[in-house]
Design a protein around this ligand. Structure first.
Ligand code: G
Ligand code: G
Ligand code: NA
Ligand code: MN
Length: 255
């Protein structure tokens, strides 16, 4: 398909470029770090978003290659920032099912960090329930535990949208949940959404998990979340996903 061809070209021609969306601490407005999001800078079509190449993200071989490419670029960016004396903070990358299923992938992540002499805790993995639902097995869980023990963060993404959320909290070495933006965007108007979000925050707190709310677009949403004790926020209110250079500037401005 078109998407497969675009991604094949992007990998070959080096058009893949991670964008970075800041993650902000509610208590002091500090920039904890960023979520890395896939972008393809196509010379003719301009910036291509993950939604435009969905077929490729669902294709085992391309998801595999894209996951490796993104990991390499993100680790290089972190190392570049640090080498100039800029603290870039913790960066999360999104995993596809194929990345998780390949034991070599998680190992490669550690090796990339080692090669740049970066501490393991600069990296965080975002795992969606979509990715997990079918194929969770004990080997994958053991691999994730090993990463977690090394200090790599593990975040359950789009929390609240999957039927098995609570099971995953019990079986996976997660240390953070990201509350899905569908809950956040209703906070201003729909009153029972607030109760649901409060319950998720309470559950996370009692399990000792960090909480991030995503898709924050209004001051009202941010104030509510902060008041309920949510730790971090992400969304257009603070910043859109931005290129590496802008992200470095954003972080140093805030520091
Ligand atoms: O900005 P946004 O359009 O970037 O991202 C849309 C979706 O694509 C999100 O659900 C996000 O999790 C997913 N996504 C973004 N970057 C990556 C990536 O590097 N790998 C994978 N597997 N998914 C990604
Ligand atoms: O599935 P995941 O949570 O990784 O998706 C992140 C997606 O959400 C990206 O496409 C990103 O561009 C988008 N996003 C980030 N902040 C906001 C926001 O405040 N509002 C909306 N509508 N989308 C956002
Ligand atoms: Na994500
Ligand atoms: Mn998400």
């Amino acid at each position: 398909s078109d998407a497969l061809e675009i991604v094949r070209m992007a990998l070959r021609e080096d058009w893949v470029e991670p964008f970075y969306q800041p993650v902000i601490g509610f208590c002091d407005q500090s920039v904890r770090g960023f979520e890395a999001l896939l972008r393809i800078r196509h010379p003719a079509r301009g910036l291509i978003l993950p939604g435009d190449v969905k077929d490729a993200l669902d294709d085992p071989r391309q998801a595999d290659a894209l996951g490796l490419c993104m990991a390499r670029k993100v680790v290089n960016d972190i190392a570049l920032a640090e080498s100039r004396g800029d603290r870039f903070g913790q960066v999360s990358i999104n995993l596809a099912t194929e990345n998780l299923l390949k034991p070599g992938y998680l190992c490669t992540l550690l090796n990339l960090l080692k090669a740049k002499r970066l501490p393991f805790n600069v990296l965080k993995l975002e795992i969606t329930e979509r990715v997990l639902v079918d194929e969770l097995n004990s080997e994958i869980i053991a691999n994730l535990k090993r990463l977690r023990e090394c200090g790599v963060g593990i975040s359950l993404d789009d929390f609240g949208t999957g039927y098995a959320s609570l099971v995953h909290l019990q079986t996976l070495p997660v240390n953070e949940i990201k509350i899905d933006r569908s809950f956040v965007s209703g906070l201003g108007t729909e009153s029972n959404r607030g109760e649901i979000v409060k319950a998720m925050l309470g559950l996370a707190k009692s399990l000792g998990l960090t909480t991030v709310a995503e898709g924050i677009e209004t001051e009202g949403e941010a104030l509510k979340l902060a008041g309920w004790g949510c730790d971090f926020g992400q969304g257009y209110l603070f910043a859109r996903p931005i290129p590496f250079g802008e992200a470095v500037a954003f972080k140093s401005r805030a520091a």
